[in-house]
Design a binder for this molecule. Sequence first.
Ligand code: PGA
Length: 253
Amino acid sequence: MRKHIVAGNWKMNKTFSEADDLLNDIMEKLESTTLDKNTQLIVCPPFPFLEMTSDDSDDSYFLVGAQNVSDQEVGAYTGEVSAAMLESLEIDYCIVGHSERRAYYHETDEIVARKVDQLLKHNLKPIVCCGEVLEEREAGKQCEVVRKQIEEGLFHLTEEQFSNVIIAYEPVWAIGTGKTATPDQAQEMHAFIRSLIAGKYGDAVAEETSILYGGSCKPSNAKELFANKDVDGGLIGGASLKAEDFIDIATAF
Ligand code: PGA
């Protein structure tokens, strides 16, 4: 049975002490919550808080992800953070290709592919984001857009490499807007993504790949989104900044 995953993407929020407080709140909530054994909780804080989060995760029930990584191995790349650095902090996951990085930092599918390669080389699992903007959906092009992102960002991988990848479908028009994809829209796209994976790597690999939904996912809609057979969890932005909401979502399966 493929894993259910709920990952909190804190984006560029929280100071050090606020991050400390949020982690403590999450750990306290987890003390009194029984997560389903098949559910993996992941916290993705900004880089400066990764070490603290990683230390806290040793005593709690979550794993840690970064929000970005360099597409280069090492050297003169001022301001960048390498996969080797994340590996040395024992970080388990990393978000790649988020629509905010694609839109504001010109992250192309080629760059996404190189970042994925770096992560896999250093034993991190990539959480690879895909999704269409509103005009693309209105033009009925959402499948075409997502197909290109998946093919160009991921389909150079071997089957063994691909088995470490998590996919997050995040319709850009639903991110931070309060507009959520309907459960049917989410299921339709997730099934499409799974069919692409099956076409490339076969049914067994497709069945094992966790495909998360992201975009205004919150406690009030998580249950109906996660009830769909191809929706294996969520990548949570705003609602992951409140421990109670984040853990409520994690128990919505
Ligand atoms: P949101 O963000 O939950 O605030 O819409 C999701 C994401 O961008 O990962």
